[in-house]
Design a protein. Structure first.
Length: 283
């Protein structure tokens, strides 16, 4: 963060992502990060050289979500205006802009690999975009062939005019690592719950009750664990299928970020004034 602040002190960094390492270098640490800024730019940084290598301007509004494609050859970025841009870090060009979520800020972008003919659609990349109006779009792409096809479109209803909430909880979604054709969604709705949606069955296949509306979500890549943060300064860790939820207090503010380490043995959580590192039971 000090590097980003030193290079562009007049803009605020809204989101960032590590470039994935090649499959052959599993376990290696990536040396590049991409960051999205409040002026609509995205910047690529070299960690080893501590310098900015590339600056692109694919958005007219603040960048609110960012992710690398699974091979690291494309960057997906989402704006406060709901537009999603696909840009090449090699050329610095934006090759595609998707307006399906236009009008609502993008809250999550996530990419994962798929079998080339899985779901009956060609392409080796599966990715999702989530916007703050409780909509999730799921796409299949093959960027080398300039293919990008909408696979599914989800819209989660919610009651109008909530009382007692100064602002709506965020809409969040993530692919389920242990069920590759399933995604998990949390957000404001009629019930406080996490929904497991099957892309094959085209329906919600599991619901997990939560004590409050979630403010952050992470699924372990190594075991059937899900971590959920809440505005009530609480972190819940549960094993799926849902059983024996464990609640942890330790933050003094909203738990707005939780993220499992790639090994699944540790969990990072953040609030306004603290970043906590948790060691998972049995790790």
């Amino acid at each position: 963060s000090s590097l980003c602040h030193r290079i562009c002190p007049l803009q605020s960094c809204q989101c960032l992502a590590w470039k994935p390492c090649p499959a052959a270098a599993w376990g290696a640490e990536s040396q590049h990060i991409v960051a999205g800024y409040s002026d609509g730019t995205i910047r690529l940084f070299s960690v080893s050289r501590t310098e900015m290598e590339l600056k692109m301007h694919p958005h007219a509004a603040a960048v609110t979500a960012i992710a690398y494609a699974t091979d690291g050859e494309m960057i997906l970025s989402g704006g406060k205006d709901g537009l999603v841009a696909v840009s090449s870090p090699r050329t610095g060009m934006t090759i595609r802009v998707l307006a399906d979520h236009k009008g609502s800020p993008i809250t999550v972008l996530q990419c994962t690999k798929k079998q080339y003919h899985d779901f009956g659609v060609e392409g080796g990349e599966l990715w999702l975009a989530t916007s703050s109006d409780r909509r999730v779009s799921v796409w299949v792409s093959d960027w080398l062939k300039d293919k990008c096809e909408l696979l599914d479109w989800l819209s989660f209803p919610a009651p109008a005019g909530p009382e007692g909430l100064s602002s709506l909880p965020p809409s969040l979604a993530a692919f389920c690592p242990w069920e590759p054709s399933t995604l998990v969604y949390v957000g404001f709705g009629a019930q406080k719950e996490a929904l497991f949606y099957s892309l094959r069955q085209k329906q919600v296949v599991e619901k997990i009750s939560l004590p409050y509306f979630a403010t952050s979500l992470s699924l372990s890549p190594a075991a059937r664990f899900m971590a959920v943060g809440f505005g009530e300064r609480l972190l819940r860790l549960l094993r799926c299928p849902a059983r024996d939820p464990q609640d942890y207090a330790g933050h003094e503010d909203t738990v707005h970020l939780c993220r499992f380490a790639p090994s699944g043995r540790h969990l990072l959580t953040a609030s306004h004034s603290a970043v906590l590192l948790w060691e998972l039971p049995g790790s």
